[in-house]
Design a binder for this molecule. Structure first.
Ligand code: ATP
Ligand code: SF4
Length: 352
């Protein structure tokens, strides 16, 4: 049982298993996602963390069926309430998007139509997905209630305002209100707070936590900000070069990171403990999709790399309740310095 009374063993709402996504570009097949594995239970907030280009947006686009024309799901499955999203027809997929699975993007200006009032855009959302709720007065009441819920002052009067008449933070909250209008069971939030100041960020994070608590919404919270992950997430999935490399409860990940990349990522986060000392950075760079190695994608930057790391792709193995994709923890890998889980306590005790 979790602290707030939810059952840890609830069936999964979402189960992404071995997902591969390929982009076709200039005659080449680029593996943007490889063997991505993520699970989410009802009411969980899952942080999906990684550097720019690691495939976070590709993952959400694949789940929503919104990959660009040159992108293709080439392997794996994504079970939503037991149904594989990738085998649904376009109409069923469209129906799920909005009614059960919603997404909030990081840039509300590109997602809102500048020529339509907020009220009419929100009404369109209700009408498109839920004709039963399209009674005008009832729809208006729901929209006003939702705008109020996300903290838009005087919402009834603001229905006739255009997107440019709101502040950046308000637009972000309007996007969240739109995503929630149809009470989705799963919300994918892609870098929703990265453009906001700290006060607005705190408000949005609180809103997401309230949502989870009040409605049991499951949230995939995509971010590069480990501080935010520490604040609101239950579990964290770390991605590197299109692969899931570690998954753990949030406290465990911060106390005891297993993957050398997660260790390095945590070490590079500023903290009070390290005030005045230079922050370590991760040497080298993420390999481009065109130059991904056969074996571990982190091998060119890893202090623990051995010949087996360059040759064999690491398996995603379970280590005392965490999952990690690294030969150091796989007795079958042949790595000479296998780590015992208890020895892997190089993490920080202090969360950012
Ligand atoms: P960011 O945090 O910067 O948004 P991200 O983690 O969301 O990055 P993606 O946008 O999913 O990463 O991109 C993953 C990889 O796929 C990157 O190497 C990117 O260059 C590549 N990529 C994305 N879209 C395409 C496309 N349409 N065609 C070819 N390659 C693409
Ligand atoms: Fe480092 Fe090898 Fe583990 Fe990759 S598999 S993270 S190179 S030790």
């Amino acid at each position: 049982m979790t602290d707030d009374g939810r059952i840890k063993n609830d069936p999964y709402l979402l189960e992404v298993d071995g997902l591969d996504v390929t982009y076709h570009s200039q005659g080449r097949a680029l593996a943007a996602l490889q063997d991505v594995t993520i699970t989410a239970r009802p009411g969980e907030i899952i942080g999906i963390v990684g550097e720019s280009g690691c495939g976070k947006s590709t993952l959400s686009a694949a789940l929503l069926g919104l990959l660009p024309p040159n992108g293709e799901v080439t392997g794996g499955r994504a079970l939503y309430q037991g149904r594989d999203l990738f085998t649904l027809g376009p109409e069923e997929r469209r129906r799920l998007r909005g009614t059960e699975i919603s997404m909030v993007f990081q840039d509300p200006l590109t997602s809102l139509n500048p020529t339509l009032t907020i009220g009419s855009q929100m009404l369109d959302v209700l009408r498109a997905h839920s004709p039963a709720r399209a009674d005008r007065a009832e729809a208006r009441r729901r929209i006003v209630e939702m705008l109020e819920r996300v903290g838009i002052p005087d919402p009834a009067a603001r229905l006739r305002s255009y997107p440019h008449e709101f502040s950046g933070g308000q637009r972000q909250r309007i996007m969240i209100a739109m995503a929630l209008l149809l009470e989705p069971a799963l919300l994918i939030a892609d870098e929703v707070t990265s453009a906001l100041d700290v006060t607005l960020e705190a408000q949005i994070l609180q809103l997401l936590c309230d949502l989870r608590d009040e409605r049991g919404t499951t949230i995939l919270f995509i971010t590069h900000d480990l501080g935010v992950v520490a604040q609101i997430c239950d579990r964290v999935v770390v991605m590197y070069a299109g692969r899931t490399v570690e998954e753990a409860e949030v406290t465990e990940l911060f106390d005891r990171p297993l993957h050398p990349y997660t260790e390095a990522l945590l070490a590079s986060v500023p903290s009070r403990r390290r005030r005045g000392s230079e922050l370590p950075t991760i040497p080298g760079r993420v390999p481009s999709l065109a130059e991904l190695p056969e074996g571990c994608a982190f091998a060119n930057r890893c202090a623990h790399a051995e010949p087996c790391c360059g040759e064999q792709r690491p398996r995603y193995v379970e280590v005392t309740g965490q999952r990690v994709r690294c030969h150091l923890y796989d007795p079958e890998s042949g790595h000479a310095n296998l780590r015992q889980p208890s020895a892997a306590t190089t993490g920080r005790k202090e969360q950012p």
